[in-house]
Design a protein around this ligand. Structure first.
Ligand SMILES: NC(=O)C1=CN([C@@H]2O[C@H](COP(=O)(O)OP(=O)(O)OC[C@H]3O[C@@H](n4cnc5c(N)ncnc54)[C@H](OP(=O)(O)O)[C@@H]3O)[C@@H](O)[C@H]2O)C=CC1
Ligand SMILES: O=C(O)CCC(=O)C(=O)O
Ligand SMILES: [Mg+2]
Length: 474
């Protein structure tokens, strides 16, 4: 079945039932070392995973690691330009749960992202990136402990689908001409707009199916969180991109108020219900006035719409959500993308799960990781219904490659997510305790060491991993 791979002789497959993994005691887990700093991070992280599993289960459970290849290593093994061999794709499909280091993507020309390809090929539609503070971690932010969010990023569409044409290419030129002469003039709202002839062109598809399956997973996750963290914020730039980003918001609300009607309340619904609870005699019109700033300046038609919204909400959910019942539901709200970047800094404790489209989630997950200590502390997972690949938020950080200095924390924390996903909570907890204790004692790599007050002598990448293991039981 494999051209150049030999799976471990002992160990068995993780299988899936209704989207959930069924994990044997000796699962075979494929791993990709990664390019650049992958060479430093992976061995350090693997050592921590094995030590934690051994310490937690005393040999009763064990991961059978299966080395597979992508990026530079794959080209060495399989030949020039063989960046993502069939063997690798087949192994991930067969064994279901994999973990990887970062892979290089050139800017401008060259190959398209292997990381994105892995997500699309295996339909790993939810990129889950928790950003949580470990006590003692130095941060550029004054109160980093207030941020505890999970970026839930749609992972298979948006401009990441990679459908674009270079400026001057034959098809790009044809497309621009078709748009300029036919499709744009036929769309009254675009009037006299024209695309400059020397443009590159990219396509941004956002589907209802893709948006709703992401939001569905985000809401299900919110339902597992403690009551005060049961919130899902739909992040979008729907004021500008109305039919892609705006539609993502609308489809998110639609899902929340149909499939999860009993479990969810939207922010606007909560205002309507709260207004009525505060004043049971409040008229529909006054309620509408309170939820819509500038109500009196609106057209009669728009005012009627808002009154209708108030009436519909009160008729539909007063019995199930009124009299404060809504406070026990998952709160679903939305924020415009630019504003959420400042909100996570100015009001970090008001957010929990941030459901985003692909590009916004890419930006937002790096920014949120920076608040809690930087990319060295940013884990992630790409999750589908029958497969999952765990990987850090950051890339290959090439200038640090091979120096044994980079922070392996993000891949180690991605492994913690993997262990939790597998249901091996005891091993995951040991690693979290080890990381927390190492950091609070100032045993950290250069990235955290340089921010500490007073600065501390940095540990190497491999030494940090060793320190985590030493602190498992602190
Ligand atoms: N999923 C993936 O595999 C991803 C791959 N990439 C690819 O990685 C390559 C390099 O991208 P680049 O833009 O440099 O972004 P990177 O995320 O690789 O690195 C940018 C900077 O972030 C900091 N950083 C990154 N990783 C760590 C870590 N483990 N510990 C501490 N600090 C860290 C470093 O900052 P400093 O030097 O200031 O300490 C580093 O110089 C590109 O080819 C890109 O396409 C990018 C993102 C994700
Ligand atoms: O694949 C890449 O090179 C970059 C992807 C990325 O930045 C991300 O997924 O966060
Ligand atoms: Mg990124």
């Amino acid at each position: 079945m494999y051209e150049k791979l030999t799976p471990p002789e002992t160990g068995s497959r993780i299988t899936f039932e209704n989207g959930e993994p069924i994990v044997p005691d000796n699962p075979i887990v494929p791993f990709i070392r990664g390019d650049g700093t992958g060479i430093d991070i992976w061995p350090a992280a693997q050592k921590v995973f094995d030590a934690a599993v051994q310490a937690a289960y005393g040999g009763k459970r064990q991961i059978a690691w299966f080395k597979i290849y992508a990026g530079d290593e794959a080209c060495e093994k399989y030949g020039t330009y063989q960046y993502l061999p069939e063997d690798t794709l087949n192994a991930i499909k067969e064994y279901g749960v994999a973990i990887k280091g970062p892979l290089t993507t050139p800017v401008g020309g060259g190959i398209r992202s292997l990381n994105v390809a892995l997500r699309q090929i295996h339909d790993l539609y939810a990129c889950v990136r928790p950003c949580k503070y470990y006590p003692g971690t130095p941060s550029p932010h004054k109160s980093p402990e207030k941020l505890d969010v999970i970026v839930y990023r749609e992972n298979t569409e948006d401009i990441y689908l990679g459908i674009e044409w270079r400026q001057g290419s034959e098809i790009g030129d044809r497309l621009i001409k078709l748009l300029n002469t036919d499709l744009i003039p036929a769309t009254p709202e675009h009037r006299n707009k024209q695309i400059p002839l020397d443009s590159g062109i990219g396509i941004k598809p956002i589907s209802k199916t893709g948006s709703q399956r992401l939001v569905r997973r985000a809401i299900k996750h919110a339902l597992r969180l403690p009551a005060k963290k049961q919130m899902v914020t739909l992040v979008h730039k729907g004021n500008i991109m109305k039919y892609t980003e705006g539609a993502f918001r609308d489809w998110g609300y639609e899902l929340a108020t149909t499939e999860f009607r009993h479990e969810c309340v939207t922010e606007r619904e909560s205002w309507i219900l709260g207004n009525k609870e505060g004043n049971p005699n409040l008229s529909v019109e006054d309620n509408a006035r309170q939820i819509e700033p500038g109500y009196d300046a609106l057209t009669e038609e728009k005012q009627a719409q808002i009154r209708q919204e108030v009436e519909t909400v009160l008729n539909a959910i007063w019995d199930t959500h009124g009299n404060g019942q809504w406070k026990t539901k998952v709160m679903v709200n939305d924020r415009i993308a630019d504003s959420i970047f400042q909100q996570i800094q100015t009001r970090p404790d008001e957010y929990s799960i941030l459901a985003t489209m692909n590009l916004n989630g890419d930006y937002l997950s790096d920014a949120a990781a920076a608040i809690v200590g930087g990319l060295g502390m940013g884990p992630g997972a790409n999750i589908g219904d029958s497969c999952a690949i765990f990987e850090a938020t950051h890339g290959t950080a090439p200038k640090h490659a091979g120096l044994d200095r980079i922070n392996p924390g993000s891949v180690i924390l991605s492994g913690v997510m993997m262990l939790e996903y597998m249901g091996w909570q005891e091993a995951a907890d040991l690693i979290k305790r080890g990381i927390g204790a190492a950091i609070s004692q100032g045993e950290v790599t250069y990235d955290l060491a340089r921010m500490m007050e007073p600065p501390v002598e940095p540990l190497k990448c491999s030494e940090f991993a060793e320190a985590i293991i030493q602190h498992f039981n602190d």
